[in-house]
Design a protein around this ligand. Structure first.
Ligand SMILES: [Zn+2]
Length: 227
């Protein structure tokens, strides 16, 4: 979760004041203007450090600061809510792929909000300033995303985190999945509380399904390990 929203300086605020004085149509494209370049760069650098070079949706780490690989993301899209263009809590960095998939899709439960919501409940997806990623999406290895909340489902859907095909996975992933199943079974058996057993059970079910799919694919491609 992002701890520190970006703080713009005096020079930035002059530009932001110009933005505030613009009409709605001008506001929609304001972010792309040349005079905003410094703000974009400043925000990108700030959030790259805050997020430890991790995309806030797919969680992949990429230790570069190139603008074409990292986009400054507007969590509530600029196209639909231009008034939140410079709202620090509406900004984060994402990989170009997640940005492309998420695009201008709606993330708000109530689209007609006037002020920027300050509660995580107002958002349908994992909000990098308000939500713990791991409470919503459980990531196994590099490419397996298991939703463990409604926000998790919405985020995986909106950013198409299912885009990493199982063909990227191999024997290593299979071993990782098997180890995780063992771990989750231990957690399950450690407690007899029905509520506490829900999450490990869900994970075991999801992982068993993934294990089956990886095994089938490996078998088809003749790469299955002899056991
Ligand atoms: Zn991403």
């Amino acid at each position: 979760m992002i701890k520190q929203p970006v703080k713009f300086g005096d020079e930035h605020n002059k530009t932001i004041n110009l933005f505030s004085a613009s009409n709605k149509e001008e506001k929609k494209s304001f972010w792309q203007r040349d005079e905003v370049e410094d703000i974009r760069k400043f925000a990108r650098e700030h959030y790259l450090l805050q997020q430890s070079y991790e995309c806030c949706f797919c969680g992949r780490v990429n230790p570069t600061d190139r603008a074409n690989e990292w986009n400054v993301e507007h969590i509530v899209p600029r196209a639909t809510h231009p008034q939140f263009t410079f709202e620090p809590k509406n900004l984060a960095v994402v990989c170009a792929a997640c940005n492309g998939f998420k695009s201008d899709q709606n993330v708000l439960h109530n689209k007609s909000v006037k002020r920027y919501p300050n509660k995580k409940e107002s958002f349908a997806i994992v909000h990098p300033h308000y939500d713990e990623y791991n409470d919503n999406i459980w990531r196994v290895g590099k490419f397996i995303y298991i939703p463990i909340s409604t926000k998790g489902v919405e985020t995986i859907h909106l950013c198409k985190l299912t885009r990493f095909g199982l063909d990227l996975l191999g024997v290593d992933a299979l071993e990782q999945v098997e180890e995780e199943i063992e771990e989750q079974m231990k957690s399950y058996l450690e407690t007899s509380d029905k509520k506490e057993r829900e999450l490990p059970l869900l994970k075991i079910q999801a992982l068993t399904d993934i294990k089956f799919k990886i095994t089938r694919r490996l078998r088809r491609s003749g790469r299955e390990k002899v056991r």
